[in-house]
Design a protein around this ligand. Structure first.
Ligand code: SF4
Length: 188
């Protein structure tokens, strides 16, 4: 919600994004009323400065009302995930938006890149859905990473070889076939 009132004086600088908000002709109460969230969101959907508005609300940690098409609860969820994923609120929002897109529009490698974050010790943390789906099939994050890394489906359970919980670096994973091959003595 821009709260734009028309009272902002013109200056020689670029006009503020608020001057282009779709809500400036609506009663601000619409954006702060629990029963009107659907209507407020519909206005936001057609707003040319939706992204700027949402970024502003996230930056300023605004608690109340619909801003950028998201309710206060939805923005709180983004901030909670941002802490959990150790990302900025804006980057978290970007990833969540990407995750909403139909998976078939992206490759498995792209989904993987968007769902992971390098961590200390050359590990890779999974920050995407706990049950990632690709083309209608659900995987565990480790299975997903294994397929991206090896270019084939795993045989048996995928396990971490680095001992770091949640690491999904493909080089730190093995499947049943690889473990079996590693334990089989080479022919003399
Ligand atoms: S996104 Fe919604 S609340 Fe924000 S400026 Fe646009 S219409 Fe107003």
């Amino acid at each position: 919600m821009s709260n734009y009132t028309g009272a902002v004086p013109d200056t020689v600088r670029q006009p503020d994004w608020r001057t282009r908000s779709a809500c400036q002709d609506y009663d601000p109460e619409l954006f702060f009323s629990t029963g009107a969230e659907g209507t407020a969101k519909a206005v936001c959907r057609g707003c040319p400065v939706r992204e700027e508005c949402l970024n502003h609300a996230l930056d300023e940690r605004i608690e109340d009302g619909v801003w950028g098409g998201l309710t206060d609860d939805e923005r709180r969820d983004i901030r909670r995930r941002a802490v959990q994923w150790k990302l900025t609120a804006l980057e978290t929002q970007r990833r969540l938006r990407l995750a909403e897109q139909p998976p078939r529009q992206r490759t498995m490698q792209e989904v993987f890149a968007e769902s992971t974050l390098a961590t200390l010790g050359d590990h890779l943390a999974w920050t995407g859905s706990v049950k990632p789906k690709f083309r209608g099939r659900a995987y565990t994050p480790a299975q997903f990473a294994f397929i991206v890394g090896r270019g084939r489906a795993p045989e048996g359970a995928v396990r971490r070889t680095c001992g770091t919980p949640e690491c999904v670096r493909p080089e730190h994973l093995s499947d049943g076939a690889e473990r079996q091959a590693a334990s089989t003595p080479a022919a003399a």
